[in-house]
Design a binder for this molecule. Structure first.
Ligand SMILES: Cc1cc2nc3c(=O)[nH]c(=O)nc-3n(C[C@H](O)[C@H](O)[C@H](O)COP(=O)(O)OP(=O)(O)OC[C@H]3O[C@@H](n4cnc5c(N)ncnc54)[C@H](O)[C@@H]3O)c2cc1C
Length: 400
């Protein structure tokens, strides 16, 4: 009987873990492993593009790839782990509860926006964390276009000035103009607790974000947070009021609760603190990867971020190592020394940085071309061709 590697999640990490495991089995000339991916749908949802319009198109069908590599797909949603029995329960597409066993398990369930407990947020705020919620925002904006012109209709408040908040806020002026008309006086306001724009980033990157915000007319309210969200806008902690028909929450992400029942150390974002080979300590048959893994990227103190850049590499290493553990091959310690960022800044362009100190290398159109190449091509699944997919899944090949 084949030994089963069960991978939960078909996001960046889960998809690459499956291809990585299939690659190693192929290189070892072994066909006695079953590699199975369990996820609600056989698709990759391209979360880094959820700030754009037409979010329904931001998926890639994984069925041709999985068929080409003999990866089994199981449609369902995991509800409960029974790690002592090497089994878990999931709800299948017919809403039935099903039990499945495994020899090795890979947790690649991703992350979710953490609701900050702000009054009125659950009822009145939007977010772009998942496809369904980003679609809800898109439908709402389309419906507003049919409403009479007013300051509140034309105003969007973006709560949180991190990467997601900045990409959404700088994209919105052109999205709103295309919906409401070029002559409409639209307003995008970022509410940020920090005292400077882009305070978490290098001075050079901050300067670019400031310049793009000014040119696009994106306003920042610094040193304050959102106190209450209601149907007509927000009240800030400094007592000021913004009338807005649209409030979008972008701050704070938490790892999937998939492995909550496992006794293991986690970081403040709920990620498992994994070994260099991405195993969960105390659970030798279980690996965590992507947004569920807190892993060291190098020997100088850097840690993987909850980004698709890291999830892709973490997935390749997890796939390699989980297969290696069944095939009697040495594992590869996860390494991802190179770190870049490419931040979309809407109609202004984009900014590309290199290194953990975020040195600005490209801005405006040049960076925008790179951003489009990354988000529209590079992060998509490989072609459904065995040789090409296996070459791309090599954890030691340079990714960016
Ligand atoms: C708006 C936005 C913008 C972003 N921009 C960038 C960017 O510019 N650059 C960048 O590098 N990163 C960006 N990110 C972060 C990036 O999208 C994530 O880090 C990445 O998606 C993590 O990959 P993952 O495979 O770990 O998780 P995900 O991509 O979230 O995939 C998780 C998978 O697990 C499945 N799953 C979840 N729960 C269960 C369950 N119970 N049972 C079965 N399956 C389950 C899901 O259906 C999904 O298939 C952005 C994220 C967002 C939301």
């Amino acid at each position: 009987m084949k030994q089963r590697i069960l991978i939960i999640g078909s996001g960046f990490a889960g998809m690459w873990a499956a291809v990585g495991a299939a690659r190693l089995a192929h290189l070892q000339g072994r066909d006695d492993l079953e590699i199975a991916v369990l996820s609600p749908r056989p698709e990759l949802r391209v979360r880094p593009r959820f700030y754009e319009a037409n979010v329904a198109r931001m998926t890639a069908d994984l069925q041709p790839l999985f068929a080409a590599l003999d990866i089994r797909f199981i449609a369902g949603s995991v509800e409960q782990l029974e790690s002592r029995e090497k089994a878990l329960w999931y709800r299948n597409a017919q809403a039935e509860k099903v039990r499945i066993t495994y020899d090795r398990l890979v947790l690649a369930g991703g992350s979710h926006l953490q609701h900050a407990g702000v009054k009125g947020m659950a009822e009145h705020a939007f977010d772009i964390d998942q496809m369904e919620t980003a679609q809800r925002l898109e439908d709402h904006l389309a419906a507003l276009a049919k409403q009479p012109d007013s300051t509140a209709r034309n105003t969007v408040v973006v709560c949180g000035g991190g990467f997601t908040g900045i990409e959404l806020a700088t994209e919105l002026p052109s999205r709103l103009k295309s919906l409401f008309g070029n002559e409409t006086n639209t307003k995008v306001i970022v509410v940020e607790r920090g005292s400077v724009i882009g305070g978490r980033y290098s001075e050079a990157l901050r300067e670019v974000i400031r310049e793009a915000s000014d040119e696009l007319g994106v306003e920042w309210r610094l040193n304050t947070g959102v106190e209450v969200v209601d149907a007509a806008g927000v009240t800030l902690q400094d007592g000021s009021r913004i009338d807005a028909a649209t409030v979008v929450w972008t701050a704070g992400v938490k790892a999937s609760p998939l492995g909550d029942a496992l006794a293991a150390d986690r970081d403040p974002q709920g990620r498992f603190i994994v070994t260099p080979e991405l195993r969960i300590p105390g659970h030798p048959d279980i690996y965590a990867t992507g947004d569920m893994a807190h892993a060291k990227t190098d020997d100088v103190g850097n840690t993987a971020l909850m980004t698709c850049q890291h999830a892709i590499q973490l997935g390749k290493f997890a796939g390699h190592n989980v297969a290696a553990s069944l095939l009697g091959v040495d594992p590869l310690p996860y390494r991802q020394v190179n770190y870049v960022t490419c931040l979309d800044l809407g109609a202004w362009g984009a900014v590309y940085t290199e290194g953990w100190d975020q040195q600005v290398k490209l801005v405006r159109d040049e960076a925008k071309k790179l951003k489009i190449a990354i988000t529209n091509e590079l992060i998509y699944p490989p072609a459904a061709d065995r040789d090409a997919a296996f070459a791309a899944a090599d954890p030691l090949a340079k990714f960016v």
